[in-house]
Design a binder for this molecule. Structure first.
Ligand code: ADP
Ligand code: MG
Length: 291
């Protein structure tokens, strides 16, 4: 049976809203020298809101209505935000003929016989859309920490929508405590480089991997393990599941998607990031007594 100190440690953890799924996870976490943190939904609340609309053709409401229609079948938090904003403005989304989601990039929909693209500006450029007229505006919004999605119809840029998400209230404290404990922190996100750097700077995280596609997150973890480092990964999304499995210790936010929770060794039921340094301390104390 498990030594008493470990059992007590697990109890202390549970009190803090931390669920340790296995003894290995509990032990392994204290040995992690690198912790990879997902941005959206992990460091931030994960409930983005539309903050600005930039229409270069038609009105703002028309742009929002078209984007909302294209996003109607998407479960992405950005899609939800666009749909909500359109609804609040009373914009009436047109009928959608077909829809396809491209993970980590955006959506493609057929509306009124035309092809509508909504998503990452890089994705639209990849698809041959010229965003030159929007580039300055997109750059400025990203610099301000916004996630910007662009909208195009039949290859022509119509405008952009800027969204913002808020940091979890204890993100800075959690990051500071982990840094004090000597852990190297790495931010990984599918979002744009400028917004990611902005968040990282605010929190004091030096290493940033932005524009990472869903299938590349696990690869990022693998590269960080290549020198023998033990790596913990903290995430909440479907996108994070493979990286949570790849990590020596996978940690999921309790409010995350089912697949992230199923892929993790430790679950932060309280959704409080401060549980990260606390769990590490509990794990260190429990095992310290045995050595
Ligand atoms: P994260 O790692 O921040 O959770 P994702 O990998 O889900 O982000 O998405 C990365 C980027 O791809 C988003 O910032 C956005 O630009 C674009 N994107 C993905 N899905 C959508 C969508 N449904 N609508 C608009 N943009 C999207
Ligand atoms: Mg996320």
């Amino acid at each position: 049976s498990a030594p008493l100190s470990i059992v007590r440690g697990a109890g202390d953890a549970a009190e803090q809203g931390i669920l340790m799924r296995t003894g290995e996870a509990f032990q392994g976490y204290r040995l992690a020298t690198r912790i990879v943190l997902d941005k959206t939904g992990t460091l931030t609340e994960g409930r983005p809101l539309v903050q600005e609309i930039e229409a270069i053709e038609g009105t703002e409401d028309e742009l929002l209505a078209l984007a909302a229609a294209a996003e109607a079948s998407s479960e992405h938090p950005l899609a939800q935000a666009v749909i909500k904003a359109a609804f609040e403005r009373g914009a009436v989304p047109p009928e959608v003929e077909s829809f396809e989601a491209i993970p980590g990039k955006g959506v493609v929909a057929r509306i009124g016989g035309g092809e509508i693209l909504v998503g990452n500006p890089r994705f639209l450029v990849e698809r041959g859309v010229d965003l030159a007229r929007l580039a300055g505006r997109i750059g400025a919004l990203e610099e301000a920490g916004r996630t910007v999605i662009a909208v195009a119809q039949d290859g022509r840029a119509l405008g952009a929508v800027a969204l913002g998400d808020t940091l979890r209230p204890d993100a800075a404290r959690a990051v500071a405590a982990l840094r004090r404990a000597g852990v190297a922190l790495i931010l990984v996100t599918g979002d744009n480089e400028r917004a990611a750097r902005r968040v990282a700077a605010e929190l004091g995280i030096e290493e940033v991997h932005a524009g990472v596609l869903p299938h590349e997150k696990a690869e990022t973890v693998r590269r960080l393990q290549a020198d023998g480092s033990r790596v913990a990964m903290v995430g909440d999304g479907i996108n994070d599941a493979p990286a949570l499995m790849q990590a020596d210790v996978g940690i999921a936010m309790g409010g995350g998607t089912d697949i992230a929770i199923e892929s993790a060794d430790i679950i932060i039921l309280s959704n409080r990031l401060e549980a990260l340094p606390v769990a590490r301390e509990v794990s260190r104390r429990s095992y310290g007594k045995m050595l």
